[in-house]
Design a binder for this molecule. Sequence first.
Ligand SMILES: C[S@@+](CC[C@H](N)C(=O)[O-])C[C@H]1O[C@@H](n2cnc3c(N)ncnc32)[C@H](O)[C@@H]1O
Length: 257
Amino acid sequence: MQSPSEKSIKPGLLGSARLGRSPKVDSPQSGPHKNLEHVVQRHLDTAWRAPPPRHTVEAFERACSLLGCNERDRVIFDSGCGTGASVERLARMHTDCIVIGIDRSASRLASALGADLARRRGNVLWVRAELAAFWRLAVNQGWRLRKHYLLYPNPWPKPGHLARRWHGHPAFPVLLDLGGEIELRCNWRIYAEEFGRAMAIAVGKQPAIERFEPEQPLTPFEAKYLASGHALYRLRVRSRKSPGCPGLSKATKVHSS
Ligand SMILES: C[S@@+](CC[C@H](N)C(=O)[O-])C[C@H]1O[C@@H](n2cnc3c(N)ncnc32)[C@H](O)[C@@H]1O
């Protein structure tokens, strides 16, 4: 039997996703990670030295070649875009911007990208790349985003996986350096709470966490979670960098040239 939300969801967005069967996030954590503050502060105070993978450097160069010089200040990222369905929807919502969907999964991006590392159609650009390295390459080239969507990032629910969640990752300061309004959506409240606390540590302001139910889902994972009856959370926060603000975090500066 269909759930109420399942009936209203357009099947086209879902591809092969199975409706209403997604398990809720299962984690031993009952609240924000006890080491969160320490980890975030350490990353804010430390240079991030990991070299970017070669394929991500190539993907970044290819993406640059597909962008006009006058377009660089009108960029929106959909980071971890999966199949790229949300990128097209966002591009229709933001017709004055170029929406760049980035994901490392060749299979998820296969129908949007084929064998290419980057491909553009109208104001949509899809790129296959590692996010953290791509972010740093973009910051070092002076990119500052209008908006940055983080839509249903992998939750990494084991406590030992804190460093894989974006707010616990060494690239968190680079994410802030990219600027723009960050919109995080997820189906695990603790992820949203941790992200909000990390933002408060970094920019001094605690963003509100909103529980929401979209009329039409923006992404395939959103559709799946909605149909499975999960609570969805959204957090919107302006990062510390505004256009024209030159200072970069230590994490980014180390690879500036
Ligand atoms: C849970 S899926 C969500 C996909 C899409 N945003 C949606 O809502 O339907 C998370 C996506 O992030 C991508 N991803 C996770 N870590 C990544 C990384 N370090 N670099 C690039 N992509 C990554 C995965 O390949 C996957 O497609």
